[in-house]
Write a protein that binds this ligand. Sequence first.
Ligand code: NAP
Length: 214
Amino acid sequence: MDLSNRTVFIVGGTSGIGRELARRFAAAGSTVAVGGRSAEALLELSHEGIGTFGIDVTDGASVAHARDAVLVRYPELDTVVTMPGVMLLEDLRDPAHFEAAQTTIGTNLVGTIRVVDAFTPHLVQRGAGTTIPWLFAGLNPARPIQSQYIYLKLRRLGLGGLAGRNTARLAMAADVPASILAALTGTSIDNATDWTNFAKRDWTGYISSRRSDS
Ligand SMILES: NC(=O)c1ccc[n+]([C@@H]2O[C@H](COP(=O)([O-])OP(=O)(O)OC[C@H]3O[C@@H](n4cnc5c(N)ncnc54)[C@H](OP(=O)(O)O)[C@@H]3O)[C@@H](O)[C@H]2O)c1
């Protein structure tokens, strides 16, 4: 990714990876703004010539307010990086851990979705935005988080992925023929045929609808 010619807003840019990324963008010549809750860290970054905005991603009104302020100051904004995150230690033997789990999910997951949703209309309307094509960036933001890693993280939060994957595959099996299901999901044709049979789909309708499309 070219870091040199962007107008970028880094949410969660007051420390750690986000702050270093902000400095890399700025050093490469981009226009940089960061968001976070720490007034002290924001002040420090403003002395480096970086635009700063208070934002709490767990609060929808705060995200909307920051989004509006950023777009007034940087209408040419073309890149948004979401880095907000907390890593709270939890003792699963203590029922009080539930509150920490809620904070983690509310910040790391829902907060990220909130930021993406807030800026998507602007980036889409602008047409030339840089949107990383994955929701969960990895340690290196140019790459997505590894599937095994996110699987383990979700499992730890009690969110098993298998049931969701099977439901999605079954829904798809009801919509497309086995050959397309196999190509789209990277499974074997035999396996895809089993899924299609399981969904009890008569796929001859697919061919006639494709014929009427052309
Ligand atoms: N470091 C690693 O090895 C690693 C590995 C994999 C993934 N990650 C993920 O990468 C992200 C950044 O990690 P990091 O090590 O750079 O963490 P960090 O130094 O603790 O930085 C976290 C950033 O999130 C912001 N933040 C936290 N809660 C927020 C909230 N409610 N609203 C707005 N901003 C909030 C913090 O700013 P304020 O406190 O100013 O609000 C800070 O700028 C995290 O999501 C983390 O889970 C890190």
